[in-house]
Design a protein around this ligand. Structure first.
Ligand code: FMN
Length: 203
């Protein structure tokens, strides 16, 4: 249950939020994020990579979000209205969590080769912020390629959340932990406020 600032839940009410789930060990934490968003009254669309579905089943996210989960780019029912375009339109926010080392590399090079990267590629980031929550083993986190991809993604306008440091499932201790679910919820609420401030400055 969310223990943070109730104002943040209020900020999320009625918002359309996409959550992209990748194949990281921390994907179980994102179940709590989706549940909190749904309880706050957000309309949550979960998209999963194929490998993410090895960690947590789409049924879990479908049940928590109360909405269908996007599991494959090829499920589109209407050829005139591909599901990734429909899902990306009119979003208020998108969160990719856990964002794997591989997904960072794919997004940094503009790939659209799976449900999550295709959805992200279809979002107009001038209107809709996309938050990335990287999570991986500390050695993977420190790789020059990971750090290079993070710099590219920041320069491209993605909001990259800093990982936490501490115990890792691979039994090492260091940077690369996914922040706790409440912190991810707070980051989403703050991103909405920031988007509002930007819109007011431009008006
Ligand atoms: C047990 C296990 C745990 C893993 N945990 C992570 C992780 O926390 N972060 C990460 O970047 N990759 C992790 N990987 C590797 C990714 O699952 C792998 O690179 C995968 O192809 C990424 O797929 P996706 O980015 O399309 O979801 C893990 C692999 C296994 C087998």
């Amino acid at each position: 249950m969310y223990q943070g600032n109730p104002d943040n839940l209020q900020a999320l009410q009625g918002r359309r939020i996409a959550v992209g789930v990748c194949a990281g060990i921390a994907s179980y934490k994102v179940c709590s994020v989706v549940s909190t968003l749904a309880q706050a009254g957000a309309e949550v669309t979960v998209a999963m990579t194929a490998d993410a579905q090895r960690f947590v089943t789409p049924l879990v996210f479908q049940s928590l979000a109360g909405r269908p989960v996007l599991t494959s780019p090829w499920d589109s029912a209407n050829p005139a209205d591909p599901q990734h375009i429909r899902a990306a339109a009119n979003l208020d926010l998108c969160l990719v969590a856990p964002c794997t080392m591989d997904m960072l590399a794919r997004l940094a090079t503009g790939r659209a080769d799976c449900m999550v990267s295709l959805l992200v590629a279809s979002i107009d980031r001038a209107r809709t912020k996309v938050l990335l929550a990287p999570s991986m083993n500390e050695t993977m986190w420190r790789q020059p390629s990971t750090q290079r991809n993070l710099a590219t993604l920041r320069a491209d306008g993605f909001v990259v959340l800093d990982p936490a440091s501490g115990w890792q499932a691979c039994r090492s201790i260091g940077p690369g932990r996914l922040p706790e679910p409440d912190q991810l919820v707070d980051a989403l609420a703050e991103a909405l406020r920031e988007a509002l401030r930007e819109a007011l400055r431009e008006a």
